[in-house]
Design a protein around this ligand. Structure first.
Ligand code: IMP
Ligand code: MG
Length: 187
């Protein structure tokens, strides 16, 4: 690897910043405030979907002031990494039994909706006390499955976006903001 390549910044691959770290933080705080109200006197369990949602979860979690538990699932959808195929495979299942918990699925982005449709169906079958969905980002133009998020933070256009946990081929998750990836990177 040459010196020039080593100095390359992941920021150079971003076409446009959609949301700054500050704008994301405002949205996360607003969501947490609502969750704090809605889940008071409930038995909240945040179920996060690896890996994209971990950055959002870790920020959201620290704005939640009521008692809550967390758990993780890993799923993979078959097909290329920039298109969702609708076929979902569980790579890592939850550790916690859902009985008696008010489960809130915490997702990074709701795109086609196929992942969340599958997950809500699966978790519902385990009979939690309640089940809702919280997504930081919503890309409504691409929706295929009928999934309506109970909580959503920010609406995004129909472009491939990265940062704040979201990746393209495992890269860009560490960007503190959310931006549109340059087309020449994935085309
Ligand atoms: P869905 O099943 O099409 O709703 O896609 C859900 C998953 O696809 C998300 O949890 C992301 O991991 C991934 N995804 C969808 N759109 C994007 C994007 O624009 N950038 C990065 N990942 C995305
Ligand atoms: Mg994801």
């Amino acid at each position: 690897m040459g010196l020039k390549e080593m100095r390359t910044s992941i920021n150079d691959d971003i076409e446009e910043v959609l949301f700054t770290a500050e704008e994301i933080s405002t949205a996360v705080k607003r969501l947490a405030e609502q969750i704090n109200k809605d889940y008071e006197n409930k038995n909240l369990l945040l179920v996060s979907v690896l890996k994209g949602a971990v950055v959002f979860l870790s920020d959201l979690l620290r704005e939640i002031t009521i008692p809550c538990a967390i758990d993780f699932m890993a799923v993979s959808s078959y097909g290329s990494s920039s298109e969702s195929s609708g076929i979902v495979k569980i790579v890592k299942d939850l550790d916690i039994k859902l009985t008696g918990y008010d489960v809130l699925i915490v997702e990074d982005i709701l795109d086609s909706g196929n992942t969340l449709q599958y997950l809500t169906g699966l978790l519902k079958s385990r009979k939690p006390a309640s089940l809702k969905v919280c997504t930081l980002l919503d890309k409504p133009e691409r929706r295929e499955a009928l999934v309506v998020p109970d909580y959503f933070g920010l609406k995004v256009p129909n472009s491939f976006i990265v940062g704040y946990g979201l990746d393209y081929r495992e890269k860009y998750r560490n960007l503190p903001y959310i931006g549109i990836l340059k087309r020449n990177i994935y085309e």
